[in-house]
Design a protein around this ligand. Sequence first.
Ligand code: NAI
Ligand SMILES: O=Cc1ccc(S(=O)(=O)O)cc1
Length: 480
Amino acid sequence: MNLTYPRIGLHIDGQWIYDRPACTEVVNPSNETRLGGVPGATPEDLALALSAAERGFRVWRDTPPLQRAQVMLRACALVRERAEAIAQIITLEQGKPIADARNEVGRATAFIEWDAAEAQRLYGSIVPAGPQMQQMILKCPIGPVAAFTPWNVPLGSPARKISGALAAGCSVIIKAAEETPGTACAIAQCFIDAGLPPGVLNLVFGNPALISSTLIASPVIRMVTFTGSVAVGKHLTQLAAAVMKPVLMELGGHAPVLIGADVDATVLGRLAGSAKMRLAGQVCASPTRFIIHRKSYVAFVEAFAKVASEMRVGDGFEPGVQMGPLINDRRLQAIDTLVQDAVACGARVVAGGKRVGERGFFYAPTVLADVPAQAQAMFTEPFGPLALCIPVDDLSEAIALANSLSVGLSAYAFTNSLEEAERLTRELECGSLSINHFGMPGTDTPFGGVKESGIGREGGPQSLEAYSSTKTVLQRTTRV
Ligand SMILES: NC(=O)C1=CN([C@@H]2O[C@H](COP(=O)(O)OP(=O)(O)OC[C@H]3O[C@@H](n4cnc5c(N)ncnc54)[C@H](O)[C@@H]3O)[C@@H](O)[C@H]2O)C=CC1
Ligand SMILES: O=Cc1ccc(S(=O)(=O)O)cc1
C-alpha cells in the first residue's frame, strides 16, 4: 500500500507556514517510526493568528448564514472526496484500524452537515411590547474561538469544534494535538479549499501551555472549547474564568456499565468485548466499570474474557486487525501500572494483562475480574484496553457504585425491566445513558458530561449555543 503522510504546517491568516523549528516529532504508534516534524508556533505567530482571527471574525460574522452553510457543505464534500487519504493519515499517526478511521471520517462529515443546517436555523425571537416599540432577541456569533482538540479522535473533534464555530459565524484558532497533526492539517485544507476567507480558520501547534495561556488571555478570544483530560480542562477553565470567558469542556469519563439479573449474560459479554476495545479503549465514552448482578456475573465475565483474548491486535492497516496500539509509550506504562496495582489489590486477570510485542505500543485487551474498590483503576480513568468487572447484589448497590466517582460522562445499562430502566434514567449521574446498547450520541443529540466531566454540550439541536451570545435589542420606532 502506498501511504502518504502530509507535511505539517501552521495555517495563519490564509497562509501555510512550514519553516519553524520542530516542537515535536510525529511517531507511528504501530511501529515507532518517525512520520515527520511538527513546526512550533512562536509568540509572534500566535500574535499574527490572533489579529487574523479578529479580522476574519468581522468578515465571517457578516457573511449571510446561507453562504456560510454553502462553504461548509463544500468543505464537507471535499472531506468525502478525500476520505480514503484522510483515513490513512488517521491510522498512520493515531493507530486505529483503518475501518474505524473510515467511520471517523463519516462521523466528521455528519457533524459538518448538521452544523451547516443549524447555521440556517439560528433563530432569534420577538417579544411583544405594544405600539412603537420592538423587542428583539438576537443570537449573535460570540466572537473568535480558541479550540483545543485531542489525539484520540483527531478528525471528529476538530470537525465538531470548527463546524460549530463557523456555523455560528465565529472565527477559530485551533490547537490540535501534536500527536496527530496530519489529520488536523487535512481537515483545515478542506475548509480552505472550500473558499473560507483568510483568518477565519487558523491552525497552530507548539507548546500547549504557552499557546493556551496566550490565546485565552488575549482580548480577541471570546470563548474557549476543549476536549481532553479533566486536569487540563480544569486548568483551561481557570485561565478562562480569570478573564470571564465562557467555556465548552468535554472531559474524561470512567463509564459504568450496569448489567442486570434478567439479561442474556453470554450475549452481552460478547458485545462488551468489542465495545470496550474499540479504539483500544482510548475514548472518553469507553465502557469501563462493568457492574454486574451476581446472577449474571460468571457467564458475562467468561464470554467477555473469551472475546477479549481472541481479539486480533496489530497495525491498523493489516486486514482483520480489530484493535490497534495505544498512542505512546507513556500510555502503555500507565495501563500496565493500573493492571499491576489492581492485581496487587486482589483482582484476577481473566484476559490480557501484558504488553504485546516489542515494537509499537500494543497492550493486550485486558479484562480484570473481582476488582476491589481500593484498586487505582476503579477511580482513575484508564483510557486504554482495560475492563474492570465487579459483582453486585442489587440495583441500589450498582447505582451507588456507578455514581461514586467525581466524573459523569457516559453510562450504559442492560436490563429487561422497565421499572429498572426508569430508575436508572432518574438516578444515574451522567451526561448520556445508553440503555440496552453500547452506542453514544450522534450528530442529532447532545454529548457532554456532568460533575467533573465537563461543562456544556456538543451536537444536537443546541450545537451552536456555546458559540452564540444573546443580544436584546429594544427599539423605539418613533422619530427622535
Ligand atoms: N476526553 C478525551 O477525549 C481525552 C481524554 N484524555 C485524558 O487525558 C489523559 C492523559 O492524556 P495524555 O495525552 O497522556 O496527556 P495530557 O493530558 O498531557 O495531554 C492531552 C492533550 O491535552 C493537550 N494539553 C496538555 N496541556 C495543555 C495545556 N496547558 N493547554 C492546552 N492543551 C494542553 C495536549 O496537547 C494533548 O493533546 C488520558 O489518560 C485521558 O484520561 C486524553 C485525550 C483525549
Ligand atoms: O473521547 C472522547 C470523545 C469522543 C468523540 C468525540 S466527537 O464526538 O467525535 O467529537 C469527542 C470526544
